[in-house]
Ligand binder design. Structure first.
Ligand code: ATP
Ligand code: ZN
Ligand code: MG
Length: 290
């Protein structure tokens, strides 16, 4: 596969105050705002009974492969490897290592956060109404980048439901209302839109089913999806051997995902790039919409 022109030029890094950078370093005001948003979403999860877990930023390839990541999303994937000091020099040349400089990669950089939840509960039996929340760095090889709106590495907070199908759907509708009410309290114009199912894209029968009964909804502000709710039926339960304690059946799952830097982008735009004003609005809205 040939890389898009900007990829041959390399990945750019900036300060998160506009531009088209692939990677950003958030300044103090942006950091406070992102943390306040994450506290709000985490608080919603915990108030609904979620426990919190902390995943690593990379996984063995074998773990991500279980979820068909390299069948369905090879274009998004990054892999990581230690240097091969026997065959390479150990030094980058013009900002890049050559293939022979690296050992064969065995680590995958995840493109979504909730994988950590399924791997955490792998081969266990769970209560019918399990709820867990986690945040992770996600990595995507996008065909273009645009600063906070579309990054190579960003933070995704998720609230993940595991158990009965009914439980997974109650969580989806509860947080759908929460997200819409919060956007309202922030005076953001938000649209909820059905989107194509990210987990079953390459599977004809399931893709058709997804069209008939949408399993993914996105919450858009302008043309930017800043959150999504996703129903996976028992796909992850089967792949990870997660069973319900009650009847031993594979668990159903759903997740609610918040792209934290995209919330930042939208709020900064809404408040004339004034992070402090945006933070006050978040604190006010979090009080109202809770
Ligand atoms: P898009 O259609 O805009 O590419 P997506 O469908 O790929 O979004 P999801 O897979 O649902 O997005 O990811 C969950 C959330 O993560 C998104 O709603 C968004 O807020 C955020 N997100 C996705 N890709 C990026 C990115 N490249 N940079 C920043 N945030 C992102
Ligand atoms: Zn998810
Ligand atoms: Mg995308």
């Amino acid at each position: 596969m040939t890389a898009a022109p900007h990829h041959t030029e390399g990945f750019t890094r900036g300060r998160g105050d506009g531009g088209t950078d692939a990677l950003v370093i958030l300044g103090p005001g942006q950091t406070d705002l992102l943390r306040a948003l994450d506290r709000t979403f985490t608080g919603w999860g915990r108030a609904a009974g979620a426990s919190e877990i902390l995943p690593p930023p990379v996984y063995p390839l074998r773990d991500l492969e279980k979820f068909d990541v390299y069948t369905n999303f090879p274009h998004l994937a990054f892999a990581a490897a230690p240097l091969d000091l026997e065959h390479g020099t150990g030094k980058p040349d013009e900002g890049r290592f050559r293939p022979g400089d690296l050992q064969a990669p065995q680590l995958g950089l995840p493109h979504a956060t909730c994988y950590g939840a399924y791997l955490y509960y792998e081969n266990t039996r769970l209560p019918d109404d399990t709820l867990v929340t986690l945040v992770n760095r996600c990595f995507r090889h996008e065909d273009h980048y645009s600063g906070l709106r579309r990054l190579l590495s960003f933070q995704m907070r998720e609230i993940v439901a595991l158990g009965t199908y009914e439980h997974t759907q109650q969580v989806v509708s509860r947080f759908t209302e929460r997200i819409l009410a919060f956007a309202d309290a922030l005076s953001l114009r938000m649209d909820k839109q059905a989107a194509s199912d990210p987990f079953f894209e390459n599977d004809g029968a399931r893709a058709l089913l997804a069209k008939l009964s949408p399993v993914k909804y996105e919450f858009q502000v302008g043309d930017l999806a800043i959150a999504s709710v996703n129903t996976h039926r028992n796909f992850f339960g089967e792949r990870c051997g997660i069973r319900r304690a009650q009847d031993g059946e594979h668990a159903f799952t759903s997740c609610v995902a918040f792209g934290l830097e995209r919330w930042l982008a939208v709020l900064l735009e809404h408040h004339g790039q004034d992070a402090e004003r945006a933070l006050q609005a978040v604190d006010r809205a979090a009080g109202q919409a809770s």
